[in-house]
Every structure is written in C-alpha cells, then in structure tokens.
Ligand binder design. Structure first.
Ligand SMILES: *[C@@H]1O[C@H](CO)[C@@H](O)[C@H](O)[C@H]1NC(C)=O
Ligand SMILES: *[C@@H]1O[C@H](CO)[C@@H](O)[C@H](O)[C@H]1NC(C)=O
Ligand SMILES: *[C@@H]1O[C@H](CO)[C@@H](O)[C@H](O)[C@H]1NC(C)=O
Length: 252
C-alpha cells in the first residue's frame, strides 16, 4: 500500500498550556484512577505539558529522544493527576541532563529513547514509584494486553488534557506493523499496537506501554492525524536494557 504519512509526525505536543482543556488525553480509553500509575511523569516546558515519561530509578526518567530537545527547560512532574492543579502529591524536579540515544535519527524515528537524569532524587511514596523494565531481549507475544497512559491530546490539534487518561491496547504482530508502516517499522527496536478505537496522540510521546507490570514500550510515533487507522509505534525497551544500565551507571 502507498504510505502517505509523514514520518516526521512525532507525538511531541505543541506548547499549549494544560489549563482550559476540556477533553482528556489518549484517544478512547478512560480517566485513570488518581495516582494509580505512580511511575507516570509529565515533562513540562515553561509550565506546559509536552510529553510523558516514566520513573525507572529515583534519579532517572525514561522517555522518547524526541521529547528531550529542550532539555535545559524541562521540569519533570511526578505524582500528578490533574496537572493543571497545584496538587500536594506533585514533585517537580528539573532535568539535570538528557542522554539521548546516539543513533536517534528524526527521519526514521529510530532509536527514539532517552534518559533524563533528575537534579535531585524523587521521593518514593504512595503515588510516586518506579516501574520495572523487561530484561534485555525479553520478548512479548502479540495480542498481549497492555496499558498506555498520558496527558496528551484527545484529538489532533486539540489541547493538552490536564487529567491522566489510559487505555488498554494489544500488541500487534511485527508483520502487521510492517505492512502498514513499511520501512519505518523496525521490529528489532519497535513494537506496535493497533486498535481502531484507542490509541496515542500528540503529547502522549515518551509515556510507557505497560504489559504485565513492566514498561515494554515508549510511545514514539503515530499518524499525523491520530486517525487510529495506523498502528501506534513504541520504542522496544527490551532492546535497550544494556544501554539504559550503562547510561545510568555512568557517573558524571
Ligand atoms: C483540574 O484543575 C484545574 C485547576 O485547578 C481545574 O480548573 C479543573 O476543573 C480540574 N479538572 C478536573 C476535571 O477536576
Ligand atoms: C539518589 O538515588 C540513587 C539511585 O537510587 C542513589 O544511588 C543515590 O545515592 C541517591 N542520592 C542521594 C543524594 O540520595
Ligand atoms: C490529516 O487531516 C488533514 C485535514 O483534515 C487532511 O488533509 C490529511 O489528508 C490527513 N492526513 C492523513 C494522513 O490522513
């Protein structure tokens, strides 16, 4: 089939302030129970939500590389539910350094993974916890049910939502992903989910695809209109465990 999509359609949201949004992020799905996804982080630039991310160690957030272009401006908000609100549960910590994967290229959206070192350690408590990662090379079978969550748009061109939303989606076969996305889908480093009623949209980038309590994917790419007619693509975390460990242990 003819691929008419721009490969440049990243999920990085325009810098709309999260206030005033009337609809929630994630297409389809539902509002998350407050603080039930304690690993979720909202990456904010000048007070506006831009991307998701997730806590994997007290001092590190895992996200998509394309979410870290303005590293010096990023504030990580943990423990949030309604991010327009000054919630007591929130911990706002500045990014100290962003480690983008060295092979990340915008044209293919490949290797779309980055670690954000936090300026100070997060305080782990109810509502703020780390999520486990799969082991290197650990596979996940197609049709496995997973959960995506985010504060992204509910429709393209909309505004960021302030309440965390989530949706259950299932892993699609590599063959099906490849058929739709052709050369943009690299099964060694990507996973995809496909559901014609639910998916990710701008602002959900960098958020985790959680399967069996582990973060197997990082939201990376969807079609420009979040039309749900193409599978959503995630960076495959299990291909980067060695890179993650080496990067986190590199003291600087
Ligand atoms: C989220 O917080 C904002 C700011 O306090 C408030 O105006 C809005 O109504 C809240 N949203 C919901 C759904 O509670
Ligand atoms: C921050 O957390 C890391 C990882 O758990 C730990 O190694 C480090 O000692 C902590 N730093 C402080 C100042 O507590
Ligand atoms: C996205 O929507 C715009 C405006 O509705 C339309 O012109 C364009 O063809 C759509 N793109 C895709 C890939 O569906």
């Amino acid at each position: 089939m003819l691929l008419l999509l721009s490969p440049f359609c990243l999920l990085l949201q325009e810098l709309f302030p999260p206030t005033g949004a009337s609809e929630s992020g994630i297409l389809g799905g539902e509002t998350a129970k407050p603080h039930s996804r304690p690993y979720m982080a909202s990456l904010q630039v000048r007070g506006a939500h831009t991307c998701g991310g997730f806590l994997i160690r007290k001092d590190f957030i895992l996200t998509a590389a394309h979410c870290t272009n303005e590293c010096k401006e990023i504030t990580v908000v943990l423990g949030g539910h309604n991010i327009s609100n000054k919630e007591d549960s929130q911990q706002k910590i500045a990014a100290e350094k962003c480690h983008r994967h060295g092979l990340h290229t915008l044209d293919r959206n490949d290797f779309d993974i980055a670690l954000i070192k936090l300026r100070k350690n997060a305080t782990l408590k109810k509502g703020v916890k780390c999520i486990k990662l799969p082991s290197e090379g650990e596979s996940i079978s197609s049709r496995t049910q997973c959960l995506i969550s985010g504060w992204g748009m509910r429709k393209p061109g909309g505004v960021a939502e302030n309440i965390l939303r989530e949706a259950a989606v299932s892993i699609q076969t590599d063959k099906e992903c490849k058929k739709m996305w052709q050369q943009y889908f690299q099964p060694k480093r990507m996973l995809c989910t496909f559901d014609r009623k639910k998916g990710i949209c701008q602002g959900d980038s960098g958020g985790p695809l959680v399967c069996k309590d582990k973060a197997y994917g990082i939201a990376a790419l969807t079609d420009p209109n979040c039309s749900l007619s193409y599978p959503d693509i995630y960076t495959k975390v299990s291909s980067f465990i060695t890179w993650i460990k080496e990067t986190m242990n590199d003291k600087y």
